[in-house]
Write a protein that binds this ligand. Structure first.
Ligand code: URA
Length: 218
């Protein structure tokens, strides 16, 4: 994304040493930026592979996420942003991945993620898994919120789905996961429609067999 403000913010993110997670990381994983006023997927934190490569969701979970997105005609970076609440890999004493604490979430999320969202100004945020949901709606239990959308205090619609790692461990939920992504596509199209950017184009492709990329409608 050619945008000076987001480039400048990212320069600041990648040199951040504001908390103890600087000690366990190989590098900061700032995220991937897609179009402004679009869709933004939000995970929890980089794991082992993301920390090594500096890119979000590159392990097995990332592969499943990419497949789910391609099933609804979307491609990371080209069509949407992928960010984590936390930019550096949290580790255990024996160097395994660990779940971030609430204070790590709040500290990093308020310091960087909110600024990224302000600049990207997405129409729709999709939280994947319980951790990013907890960051946005602290009282929410993923089991109650999953598969639905909510209005947030900061004016961006939020859709809640499972983390792909959870689906890899619970493959019986694959049909439900597909339904969630269908729901994400429909909600996103509706939100774009509300902007009256795409309504005529959308009507004209309805019923055509071939799958369209959502960006065809933008
Ligand atoms: N899980 C996440 O939540 N984020 C990543 O980047 C990778 C795995």
């Amino acid at each position: 994304m050619a945008n000076d403000e987001i480039a400048k913010l990212t320069e600041d993110i990648v040199i951040c040493e504001a908390c103890h997670l600087k000690d366990s990381r190989t590098q900061v994983v700032p995220g991937l930026y897609g179009p402004k006023n679009g869709l933004c997927i939000i995970g929890e934190a980089p794991g082992y592979h993301e920390d090594k490569q500096g890119i979000p969701f590159v392990g097995r979970s990332g592969k499943l996420l990419d497949n789910m997105l391609s099933g609804i005609g979307l491609e990371r970076k080209k069509d949407l942003s992928i960010l984590n609440v936390i930019k550096c890999r949290p580790t255990t004493a024996d160097n395994n991945n660990r779940t971030p604490t609430n204070s790590e979430l709040k500290f990093c999320g308020e310091r960087w993620l909110f600024k990224q969202l302000k600049l990207l100004s997405p129409k729709l945020i999709v939280t994947i898994g319980s951790i990013p949901l907890r960051f946005f709606i602290p009282s929410a239990a993923v089991t109650k919120y999953v598969g639905k959308s909510y209005d947030t205090d900061f004016g961006i619609k939020l859709f809640v789905t499972y983390h792909p790692a959870y689906i890899l461990r619970n493959y019986n939920l694959m049909d439900v996961y597909n339904e969630h992504f269908e729901g994400i596509k429909n909600l996103y199209l509706d939100l774009l429609n509300q902007n009256e950017i795409i309504s005529e184009k959308k009507k004209s492709v309805k019923g055509q067999g071939e799958q369209k990329s959502l960006t065809d409608f933008m």
